[in-house]
Write a protein that binds this ligand. Structure first.
Ligand SMILES: O=C(CO)COP(=O)(O)O
Length: 249
């Protein structure tokens, strides 16, 4: 069985109620393949999750952009995995580079978060990726292996995990990875899963790419053998997100 294409839209810390309604109207009117062909997940800021859930077509789903690492409690400003499950939010993005780098989340902390979110029945988009400095020093593969290992060490099943490779130097820069660069890292990640988890998991886990994906560059990337979809930032707030959803056709 092939891996189902997956397209996530990470809205990051953007949007007003009016803007949310506008982008949802575009998505709801879009001609896209059925949910059997592509998983579409949009990830608004926490405060807009109920609004998006109430308006969004039923074949698309929502993701939170983060959650607390363990059970909720006295953690001011945090949102727990239990709360997301209680709201019927099926997905959560964990380990985005903006949280790793700006909020100093360690790989170990991210591994704990992924494990806890899974334990609460959430599905996880787990992000890995190297900085420009790491790429230039030749350590890309070591970095993404270590980030992936920190997750693998904490979880017992990859059934509900999508792995997102997002090179930091490509995020929000307009400098998308070349098809060769993306394919190389995705292939190496699949090899790592094969060696360290299982052949079955290596075969079935979706590895998606993020970093300056847009309506014009998505098609070529979508055809790569080890690339199973996208995690889209800026372009997920625009009508071209529909082209990205359709890029595997
Ligand atoms: O960080 C990203 C998605 O999580 C990618 O962002 P951009 O598509 O804006 O480069």
């Amino acid at each position: 069985m092939g891996r189902k294409f997956f397209v996530g839209g990470n809205w990051k810390c953007n949007g007003t109620t009016e803007e949310v309604k506008k982008i949802i109207a575009v998505l709801n009117g879009a001609q896209v393949p059925s949910g059997d062909v592509v998983d579409v997940v949009v990830s608004p800021p926490f405060v807009f999750l109920p609004l998006v859930q109430s308006l969004l077509r039923s074949d698309f789903h929502v993701a939170a952009q983060n959650c607390w690492v363990h059970k909720g409690g006295a953690f001011t400003g945090e949102v727990s995995a239990e709360m997301l499950a209680n709201l019927g939010v099926p997905w959560v993005i964990i380990g985005h580079s903006e949280r790793r780098l700006i909020l100093n989340e360690s790989s170990e902390f991210i591994g704990d978060k992924v494990a806890y979110a899974l334990s609460q029945g959430l599905k996880v988009i787990a992000c890995v990726g190297e900085t420009l400095e790491q790429r230039e020093s030749g350590s890309t593969i070591d970095v993404v292996y270590a980030q992936t290992k920190a997750i693998a060490d904490k979880i017992s099943s990859w059934d509900n995990v999508v792995l997102a490779y997002e090179p930091v130097w490509a995020i929000g820069t307009g400098e998308v990875a070349t098809p060769a660069q993306a394919q190389e890292v995705h292939h190496q990640l699949r090899k790592w899963l094969h060696r360290n988890v299982s052949a079955e998991v290596a075969q079935s886990v979706r590895i998606i790419y993020g970093g300056s994906v847009n309506g014009s560059n998505c098609k070529e990337l979508a055809g790569l053998p080890d690339l199973d979809g996208f995690l889209v930032g800026g372009a997920s707030l625009k009508p071209e997100f529909v082209d990205i959803i359709n890029s595997s056709l």
